[in-house]
Design a protein around this ligand. Structure first.
Ligand SMILES: [Mn+2]
Length: 322
């Protein structure tokens, strides 16, 4: 690991023009990590570009320098990218329409904490023991001698807090808390970040929650629970798909539930499925049966069937792999 880190530091110090990217449907960890990485590298006078692979959910628009994440016309890039840093991204397909940037880059650094990471980089720093990619970014920046200032710390706190359910999931380690000590000491406004992340739900999102909760079904003595979000429900609530954030944790938090499942209808036969577990079921294995993946307690996949068929298929798979 140490050799890898020193190789990585050497690569970064010799590169001038660095591109940073993360996965589509970005979450707090991906956005917080790419911003922190970019702000850190900018401090050592690197020219950094953050590629916007997808729309940024409004929850994260408060983050410092969020405007650094922008659209690049990579296809028109005449020269290949010197150095590409991909964060929190299990495989290149998760880069969506930007996945060709990996082959268009001379050197790729892949930093992630998903068990299922395919190791697509020239350097791969994949540590599934890390609760968030933000933890790995923290260690790298500190390892490069870059001072963690308030802005970087705000991004990293958001990354780690959102991937750990505000430090409550079992992926949290003593290291997680040690890092947070440094972030708080860097002067973050913890209370403001928490209100913006967790106490700012819109009326539209609340109405979407209400209609989604009304689709609740349970199986296996209430140990498995499913809820749905259809395009029709989004329309009626005047909400966006990003407003589903928080639905699945509410369902997982029902006392007897071990596995919670949210089915999101992207299109008529394109159902995005999120799974969460509480104590023992490894949901990444369930999702890998449908070419998805993620973590033991949080994973996702897509099933190209109607939402009711997708529900039946995923529930069958959960029961089979119990
Ligand atoms: Mn993550």
């Amino acid at each position: 690991m140490n050799n890898t880190i020193s190789e990585l530091i050497k690569k970064i110090s010799t590169a001038n023009n660095i591109y940073i990217a993360s996965h589509v449907n970005p979450d707090g960890d991906s956005i917080g990590s790419i911003l922190a990485m970019a702000l850190g590298l900018r401090k050592i006078n690197k020219n950094v570009n953050i590629i916007k692979t997808d729309e940024i959910p409004s929850d994260y628009l408060f983050l410092p320098n969020i405007h650094m994440i922008r659209t690049y016309d990579i296809d028109e890039e005449k020269d290949p990218i010197d150095l590409l840093v991909v964060l929190d991204c299990g495989d290149i397909d998760r880069l969506g329409k930007f996945k060709s940037i990996v082959s268009n880059s001379k050197f790729v650094i892949n930093i992630d904490h998903h068990i299922s990471n395919s190791g697509f980089g020239d350097i791969n720093i994949v540590d599934e023991q890390s609760a968030a990619t933000g933890e790995l970014v923290f260690d790298l920046l500190v390892g490069m001698g870059i001072q963690i200032d308030k802005e970087i710390a705000t991004c990293l706190y958001t990354a780690i807090s959102t991937d750990t359910g505000s430090f409550s999931y079992d992926n949290v380690t003593s290291r997680t808390h040690e890092i947070v000590v440094s972030l708080i000491n860097a002067g973050i406004d913890k209370s403001d970040i928490n209100i913006r992340l967790y106490q700012s739900r819109s009326i539209e999102r609340t109405n979407l929650f209400i209609s989604s909760f009304s689709t609740l079904k349970t199986y296996n003595d209430n140990k498995i629970a499913t809820v749905k979000v259809t395009q029709d429900m989004l329309k009626k609530a005047n909400a966006k798909m990003e407003d589903t954030e928080g639905i699945i944790s509410f369902i997982r938090d029902i006392k007897p539930v071990e596995v919670a499942c949210l089915l999101k209808e992207n299109k008529e036969k394109e159902i995005k499925i999120s799974l969460r577990s509480k104590r023992f079921v490894d949901v990444s294995k369930i999702c890998s049966a449908f070419n998805g993946g993620g973590h033991k307690r949080a994973s996702g996949c897509t099933i190209n069937e109607s939402i009711n068929d997708a529900e039946r298929l995923i529930v069958e798979q959960i029961i089979k792999m119990w």
